[in-house]
Write a protein that binds this ligand. Sequence first.
Ligand code: ADP
Ligand code: MG
Length: 435
Amino acid sequence: MEDKALVQLEQVSQVYRSGDRRFYAVQDITLRVHDGEFVCLLGPSGCGKSTLLRIITGLQKPTEGRVLYRGEPLVGINPHATIVFQTFALFPWLTVQGNVEVALKARRIPPHIRVPRVLDLIDRVGLDGFESAYPRELSGGMRQKVGFARAMAVEPELLCMDEPFSALDVLSAESLRGELMELWTEGKIPTRAILMVSHNIEEAVFMADRLVIMDKNPGRVVSEVVVDLPHPRQRKSAQFLEIVDQVYGVLAGTTQPEPIELGSTPGGPGQIRWLPDVSINNLIGLLEHLNKTPRQAYDLYKLAGDLGIDSDLLLRLVDAGEMLGFVVVAQGDVTLTPLGETFSEASILARKEIFATRIRRLPLVRWLLEMLRQTPDGRLPEDVIKTALSLELAPAEAEKQLDLMITWGRYGELLAYDEITHTVILEPAGVALPS
Ligand code: ADP
Ligand code: MG
C-alpha cells in the first residue's frame, strides 16, 4: 500500500529536565500528516504541542522514537517546513517587502524571481499598498500577515503554525483565518500540508480536516476527530456545531448526550436536572481556582474553606460545573476536566462559545430553545414560559429556573431578554441545534 504520509512520528517521546527532575513532556506519540491534509493539534497548555512542532521541523531531536519526512528519517532541520509563531519578530529596520524577502535573499534567490514572488504574496495576504511600510506603522494583525507572507515566501511543503491567531484581536484573527483558508483550499500556495497548533476548538473545527486531541501529564494523543465538512465552513450550521460538541465531549470526558425529552413540558419523570442556583461569576471563580493546579483532585470540604464560601454554595457550583462537563466529582473530590481547563484559560469570547455549546445540551435549555424556535418571531413572553414550567414546579421554583435559563442563555448569547416587555428572545446562535 502506498503511504502518502508527508510527516510521520513513530513512538516519539521527549524527556525534559526541570531542576534535578526528568519528566516526559510527550510520550509515545504516533502521528501522521498526509499529503493534502490540514491537521490541528488541540489540547491544554503544557501537553507538548509546541514540542511536537519543534520535533517535526527538526529544531529538536526527540529523546525516543523516529521522525520520517516523505518516508526518510529526518536529519537536522527540515528544509521543507516552516513554522509560523504566535507573534513575529519582524525586523524593525526593514519594510514589509524587506521582511518578506529576507529568507529568499538568504537562499540567494535572484531578484527577478524574488521580487515578483514577494509582491504577489504581499498582495495575497491582503497587504497590497503596504510594501514600503515599516513594522511600527502596522497593526498587530497586519504584522502577523507579514509573518505569514514571510513563511509562505519560501514555499514550504509543510506549513506549521503554533497558535498563529491567538495574539490577534477577534476581527483580525477571523479575517486572517479566512485569507489563509482561501489560499489553501484554492491551491494558491504550493504548500502540501498544514499542521496547526491551537487551543481554540471552534478555530480548529473551522479550518482543519482532522483534529488530534492531546492531554497532558504526560503529553499524549487521546483522540482524533475527522472534520468532513466542505469549505468555507458555516460556524452556525448544525453539522459544524455537532462536531464542536463532539470535541468538547472528548475534552469533558463524556460523549454521551444527556437524556432528553421534548414536549410541552420540559421533562418526563426523572428526566430533568434543574439548573443549580449559582451565578456565572462564582462558577468562573471556582474553575479559575481549580485551574491553579489543574489535574489535582480537590477535597470538597477543604475547597469550601479555601474559597471562603459555605459548602451549600460550593455543592451547587460543583453541580453546575459537572453538568457543563467542566469538573468531575468522585469520592468527595473534585477535579477539573480538560474542557474545564480550556474554559478557564480561554478569552471572554471563547468562554461564551464554550458555555453556549455546553448549555445547548441541557434538556431544560433545549426545551426552551425548541419552544422559541416554534414561534414565528423567536419570542415568548416570560409568563408563558413560567406557566409551562409551573406544570412541573412550584411557582417560586419555576421563576428561579426561568431566571437561571435567561442568565445562562444571555451569557452564552443564545438568548436575549427584553426588560420592558418581559419577553425572552432567541438569538441567532440559539437557532441552530446539534442533532
Ligand atoms: P504546549 O505547547 O502544549 O503548551 P510545550 O511543548 O510548550 O507544551 O511544553 C510541554 C511541557 O514541557 C511543559 O510542561 C513545559 O513546561 C515543558 N517544557 C517545554 N520546553 C521545555 C524545555 N526546553 N525544558 C524543560 N521543560 C520544557
Ligand atoms: Mg505551545
